[in-house]
Write a protein that binds this ligand. Sequence first.
Ligand SMILES: NC(=O)c1ccc[n+]([C@@H]2O[C@H](COP(=O)([O-])OP(=O)(O)OC[C@H]3O[C@@H](n4cnc5c(N)ncnc54)[C@H](OP(=O)(O)O)[C@@H]3O)[C@@H](O)[C@H]2O)c1
Length: 327
Amino acid sequence: MPEMMRAVEISEPGGPEVLKPTHRPVPQPGPGEILIRVRWAGVNRPDALQRAGSYKAPPQASDLPGLEASGEVAAVGPEVSGWSVGDAVCALLPGGGYAEFAVTPAAHALPVPDGMDLREAACLPETFFTVWSNVFQRGGLKAGETFLVHGGSSGIGTTAIQLASHFGARVFATAGTAEKCAACAKLGAKRAINYREEDFVEILRGEGGANLILDMVGGDYITRNVKSLADDGRLVMIAFLQGPKVELNFAQVMLRRLTITGSTLRPQSDFAKARIADSLRDRVWPLLSNGEIAPVMDSEFALEDAAKAHARMESSGHVGKIVLRIS
Ligand SMILES: NC(=O)c1ccc[n+]([C@@H]2O[C@H](COP(=O)([O-])OP(=O)(O)OC[C@H]3O[C@@H](n4cnc5c(N)ncnc54)[C@H](OP(=O)(O)O)[C@@H]3O)[C@@H](O)[C@H]2O)c1
């Protein structure tokens, strides 16, 4: 095992250019943890928020960016069962994915689905943990319900469309271009709404309202989401790309029995994340293994080009996931 590894760090808060190649000591797995030799790392919008200084790493996490990776188990810490050195793995990370090695709780690791390559597997954990826990566990989406996801062409959106369609929901998605809308429809959206040309409130109300909305936009979307919900509808917030503050008439929440909730994955306990992993292994990994659903891949960059990967993500030109090739 080498003592040092290649990595990319956030040299100071700022734009993509603050991501700088560096060398760091190889981390050691503690009790209950595994060390992963990282082959591919997924790039997520929260990495860009962390880089810009608005999403701090939790106290015990690596300061290096990177919330998901795939590769092989390089070492197992004490009290780990079920994983051996050399096993192919993909895992949710507390941070540190933009590096040749990363540690994570063994309970947050999942096998690479049958027939899937490591490049695709790196893109699963952050989006699938987030979508599964917010749409199905917190949001309680059921077959036959009407589901609206904003940012339909994002990593989160492409995952949410596929899973919700698979489990029998009527899926509506918003996106900012005709090309992105076509991608959403191809993944299973019954109706993709180009929000620059159409009003999603009008369309959803014409369909009887949404039973569940997954929103990452915030701002004026919050009041518009409330208007789009059916009676007893649920709104789940996972980000606020247009800001978290809004004036809202809560009488609507009472009169139409609405639920407004939300969550963010990273600060949750190791136990909570392990429970999400268990549920994914049982309910979703078989669908990835038999090819019924698959991550949508946008582009790949070398680790040292992480700044270019972030610029691509922040241009919003992408559809699906961006990955870093580590080794
Ligand atoms: N709560 C959690 O645990 C959690 C976990 C992971 C991710 N997230 C959040 O989920 C969102 C999607 O993550 P991702 O990694 O899939 O990112 P992503 O691929 O970059 O998706 C962001 C999408 O939001 C759309 N968008 C709408 N309004 C926007 C605005 N004002 N600024 C920028 N984009 C806007 C963009 O599509 P258009 O160009 O079509 O508008 C873009 O496709 C992010 O906001 C992220 O922070 C939350």
